[in-house]
Write a protein that binds this ligand. Structure first.
Ligand code: 9D3
Length: 239
């Protein structure tokens, strides 16, 4: 999987993703991260990439040209290397809301381009020319599209073969549909007067599995009853 990120803040993308599991996956060559600074594609002096909105109003709008040219540079490279035109995800509060199903679908692509907006957004003409998908990460207001791109790249990366270690993948293969995880404990057996549930020390794997399933169900009913309704509606979250 090759991620290409068009942004005015490439160092934010690089510092976030060259860390932990995604960082290891990049070093191992399982995923590739290509952060492109939109500012490198302006033809204006002083590196200007934004201007006042036509029609007036607050704030600045990112100009079409550097956005389009930065995309074109990425597309040209992908085509030259013999691959197909990529999907281009515009991170925007006006998109459909990202979820595990979208992550799974996007993880099948060979290249993904993320276009991150800042200021009041991007000139609509550049968006019309390059964007294939508009995606949000939820109904709250952020300052830009960089964190959403990082969230999506993280979620997609862990679905790429080899990115999670064997322990992790085995764990997720046996994950029960649409239920929250059961509580976890590690040593010591007593902490601040609180004991580890006895069944977990019993060595009886069938009993442990049953206890964990019941705890998952109880926790889901309490914290995310909406997931149980989805389950009955035959939802598709399967990992
Ligand atoms: C101040 C301008 N806003 C009018 C209410 C619109 C607006 C534009 C750009 C609000 C936020 C942003 C920056 N956010 C994103 O680029 C963004 C985002 C988000 O804010 N929430 C959830 N998902 C996403 S994806 C990209």
């Amino acid at each position: 999987m090759r991620f290409h990120v068009l942004t005015l803040f490439p160092e934010m993308i690089d510092s976030g993703l060259n860390t932990s599991i995604t960082g290891r996956a990049i070093k191992n060559g399982l995923i590739e991260l290509d952060s492109v600074n939109i500012r490198d594609y302006t033809k204006e002096k002083h590196g200007k990439v934004d201007d006042y909105p036509y029609g007036g109003g607050a704030g600045m709008v990112m100009q079409a040209e550097p956005v389009y040219l930065s995309y074109k540079a990425v597309e040209d490279k992908i085509i030259k290397e013999g691959r197909k035109k990529p999907r281009v995800i515009y991170t925007t509060p006006q998109g459909r809301v990202f979820n595990q199903e979208i992550a799974r679908e996007l993880s099948e692509e060979e290249d993904l381009v993320f276009l991150c907006g800042h200021y009041e957004g991007i000139d609509e003409r550049a968006l019309e020319l390059v964007v294939t998908d508009n995606i949000s990460i939820g109904d709250y207001v952020l300052t830009g599209g960089e964190l959403p791109a990082m969230v999506m790249i993280d979620a997609i990366s862990r679905l790429v073969k080899g990115v999670l270690n064997n322990d992790d993948s085995a764990k997720y293969e046996s994950f029960t549909d649409n239920l929250l995880e059961y509580p976890q404990y590690t040593r010591p057996e007593q902490y601040m007067g609180k004991s580890v549930p006895k069944v977990l020390l019993s060595g009886d794997h069938k009993k442990v599995d049953k206890w964990r399933y019941e705890e998952s169900l109880k926790r889901t009913k309490q914290r995310r009853p909406d997931l149980l309704e989805e389950k009955n509606e035959d939802s598709t979250v399967t990992e």
